[in-house]
Ligand binder design. Structure first.
Ligand code: ADP
Ligand code: GN1
Ligand code: MG
Length: 360
């Protein structure tokens, strides 16, 4: 941790950083909670440079978006203490590092809320939906042309399927024989991949500035006063469909079990949780949705869950080099929960649509 503390003190902190500890459960970056000599906290992240290849562009996206949110909240007279902000280095840069030493950035520590990792209560999930819905509204009108794609084709499920097919063909780790059933399962649903992309291409679904990684633990919630505090993990803010943001929240939060639960009898899609999210999200954004977006909202949940399962399986086949793993078969376990979730959503699809209609 000495090295982390040394790096931390290169940033514009109020007082000397004296403690650093690993923090959070993200799958991509290395996150540290820092404490300065007066007991104040900060967040330092080692940016995953294999995933985010152009750190300068990535950070310019994040600085732009966080400034926009801060300014909007200030103009509206809303409290700004817990707004996510980039803390510069003492040299005035938004990040520190290079290819050799890796890349670091600092954020203020958001005190007012916590990450819920999985199994939210109905109320917590509704609050998370309000948080993501407000975030979406706040980005309405943000100049999309200033945002660089931090991961090109992030939610291009057709491309994701091609990557998956390559991994199957290469079978570089000799794991294919263990996952033939899962591979077959994804092939049987290949038609899902192009459905939203075709509607985007035909102009029926607009591209907006979206978060694209609206996992439950990426919104910090005040679980005492039951209010959303801050949307974090802004690495993937890019042009995208609102169906992606809605869908990924359902994928991660409307599960009665954890994303990596091994016992699949503990994993299932919950219509009650779905309803709680739909209620919160639509209370914020329903007025700006187009008819085609409304029609496809429920499918967005299936698509994002299918896509994430496909990505976990691809990573498993390629030797687990993308998502952080903490045990053998971790990505395979994650893939299997996504499969179970999709199957359950397919069974309940008409009820999901009825819930959307109820809150429109
Ligand atoms: P990853 O891309 O690896 O998911 P995140 O930016 O989501 O990284 O950070 C990982 C976790 O660290 C989050 O889920 C959250 O619990 C915590 N975290 C990140 N930033 C902050 C912050 N500014 N204040 C408080 N907690 C944070
Ligand atoms: C990653 O970074 P984190 O843990 O919030 C991933 C998401 C996946 C998610 C699955 C940049 O999210 O796309 O849906 O894991 N983020 C990136 O848990 O790939
Ligand atoms: Mg995260």
């Amino acid at each position: 941790m000495d090295k982390i503390i040394k790096v931390a003190n290169l940033f514009k902190v109020d007082a000397e950083i004296v403690k650093a500890e690993k923090y959070g459960c993200g799958h991509i970056n290395d996150t540290y909670k820092l404490t300065d000599i007066n007991g104040k906290f900060y967040i330092l992240q080692r940016i995953n440079h294999k995933v985010f290849k152009n750190v300068a562009d990535l950070m310019s996206n994040i600085v732009g978006v966080t400034n926009h949110i801060y300014n909007t909240m200030q103009k509206e007279g809303l409290p700004t203490t817990d707004v996510l902000r980039v803390i510069e280095t003492k040299d005035g840069a938004s990040y520190y590092g290079n290819d050799d030493v890796s890349y670091f950035r600092m954020y203020n520590f958001v005190y007012g809320g916590v990450s819920i990792e999985s199994r939210p209560t109905l109320e917590q999930f509704e609050v998370s939906a309000i948080g993501f819905g407000r975030f979406q509204k706040m980005l309405d009108g943000y100049p999309a042309e200033t945002i660089v794609d931090s991961i090109p084709n992030f939610h291009n499920t057709v491309k994701r399927f091609e990557n998956f097919e390559n991994a199957v063909q290469l079978d570089s780790e000799n794991r294919l024989c263990q996952v033939m059933d899962e591979v077959d399962w994804f092939y049987r649903r290949k038609k899902y991949c192009s459905q939203v992309l075709e509607l985007i291409d035909s102009g029926e679904i607009p591209l907006r500035v979206t978060h694209n990684d609206t996992k439950l633990n990426n919104v910090l919630v005040d679980t005492v006063n039951m209010v959303p505090v801050a949307v974090i993990d802004l690495d993937t803010v890019m042009k995208g469909s609102i169906l992606y943001d809605f869908g990924d929240s359902i994928r991660s939060g409307a599960n009665i079990g954890a994303e990596d639960e091994v016992d699949l009898s503990k994993v299932d899609f919950s219509l009650e949780l779905y309803e709680a999210y739909v209620k919160g999200f639509l209370s914020e954004v329903k007025d700006k949705l187009t008819p085609t977006e409304k029609e496809n909202l429920s499918f967005g949940a299936i698509l994002m869950t299918y896509e994430c399962g496909l990505r976990f399986l691809t990573d498993y086949l390629e030797g687990d080099h993308y998502f952080k793993i903490h045990r053998a078969n971790h990505n395979l376990d994650r893939c299997r929960t996504q499969i179970k979730m999709v199957e359950s959503m397919e069974e309940h699809f008409d009820e999901m649509d009825a819930i959307v209609k109820k809150y429109l």
